[in-house]
Design a binder for this molecule. Sequence first.
Ligand SMILES: [Zn+2]
Length: 667
Amino acid sequence: MVDDPERARSRMRELVDSISHHDERYYLEDSPEITDFEYDQLFTELKSLEAKFPDLVLPESPTQRVSGKPLDRFPQVEHRAAMLSLDNCYSPEELREFDSRIRKWLGSESVEYVAELKIDGLGIALLYEDGVLVRGATRGDGLIGEDVTSNIKTIRSIPLRLNRESGLSTVEVRGEVFMPIAGLNELNLTREKAGEPPFANTRNAAAGSLRQLDPKIAASRPLDVLLYTFSYSTDAIPSTQDACLESMRNAGLRVSPHTIKFSSIDDVLDHIDAWESKRESLGYDIDGIVVKVNSLSQQERLGHTAKNPRWAIAYKYPPKQRVTRLLDVAFQVGRTGALTPVAYLDPIEIGGVTVSRATLHNEDEMKRKGLMIGDFVLVERAGEVIPQVVRPLVERRTGDEREIVVQKVCPVCGSDAVREDGESVRRCVNASCPAQVKERLAHFCSRGAMDIEGAGPALIDQLVDAGLVKDVSDLYNLTEQALLSLDGIADKSARNIISAIRDSTDRDFERVLYALGIRHVGRTTAVALTDAFGSMERLLSSDIDGLSKTEGVGAVVAGALRDFLDNPENGHLIERLAEAGLKMERTGKVEGPLSGKVFLFTGELKALSREDAGELVEALGGRSSSTVSKSTDYVVVGENPGSKFEKAKKLRKTILSEDEFLRMVGK
Ligand SMILES: [Zn+2]
């Protein structure tokens, strides 16, 4: 470990450069030069140096990607130059008109176009000063956006510093932040498991994530970026759009590889045609092709109207919609008892995917659309992912259509399904409703939760239907014999299932907390709660206020959590799970910036109790001890310190004041 600040400074510089280089290889070029393990070693070394020399942390350090605190709201940013939106067109004729207008204005000059994919995301502006990313802002209304810098920094494909060789220092670049389709699917799965509504499409998901007030949550969202223009620069930039893109690429900025230059509008149209079907294979959503005049000097002379630049236009693809029959509407019962209306459709292919079911979200949404069973309906794959029923084709009704009856009882157990005031969903009130029990079990056993191999939907159905399992704690009382009584379960698989259930008692507390399936408590929240409270006991004794003040936990989560914990049945469930040997407190070593460091506290601390200070250290991977020894790294001294302080001085330990300690742990 480096002790001298000057050497530390240069080593930190080296590490930051090296990590940015490897990030670029990994995230932009998809060709890593080192193993993940080697990468982690660089990262760990940097983190421990930064913990030791907190004043020397470089602003572009990769450790700063997730460092911001949750905000109440985003500060506003006035854009240097207005972020104009593009004029749209929807047909080849309109695009030809655009071409004729351009040629008329430019007279005899020759014209080149570049065609770029129109990413379906959220417009952003990134400001680099002296090569370092200093600000990221949303488009907002085009004149004033929101400062989302701390969230922007969590996107790994956005470099925190531009390549030095690129010659760019102070520039603003614009582009689009988006969520890949696979990322949305995964995110929606976890949201549904946590009882949260899924995002309707990748654009909403990207916008919702980028506008998260807590950067920790933003960091957990799979966002990516593609940049496409310089909007400001103190350095000379190339004279054409395609050369500008090349220059951005050289600076380490992520640029689409699918931009092509054309000299005739017919070729542009062929290109647009080809991409309409090719876009399925991209892995992210595009909603059209942007056509720009390539020469920047021509762009400047063409100028803009009040709303749009004259030198560019967006050719929009038609949404992927088809007409089919609504055969039936059924209500599905989720883990929290919520009844979700699902439309059953005459199967139809939309954009390469066969659609036979579509979500109707909730009762109100369903009523608003005025659907009837038997209707011809317009179905759309919004954001190319979740099929939606857009509207009924009322003009095609024959009179044979039937009203949709809203279920007031649970379709599975027959208990009342009640809609509370202010809620958009109706819920089955029976906590032991087999449908709910099954969903809760499936969540409990899932990979992100207790990860019980072999406990899939088929087994869960059997266990609940046979009355062997009434809640998740019953899993731990199962015997091989009981399993053998089920159809199709032989000796070996019974043994494997029992041992998988037994193995699951090793899972960390944060997984147990997540596995309980409390509304709004997803993986990230469970981790945040574990970081802050450390044990079930402390969670049980915390009030709503204490809970909602936790980083990454808002009032809604706190309310849902308190509701869950206050329900006596859940209390008993937690007791039974604890008896079964599940972890009810944080255990094991946390890897963090203070990994391997031993702290000793002496004297009275002002800002926090000694106990809390110890927990803070542990949360960052360190350890606190009560005696000064060889292994003690830091001695934190409060008011009226005792003999330990004297001993620490004698042993030449690093002494920290309370303030220095707080700064070190980032408080
Ligand atoms: Zn029910």
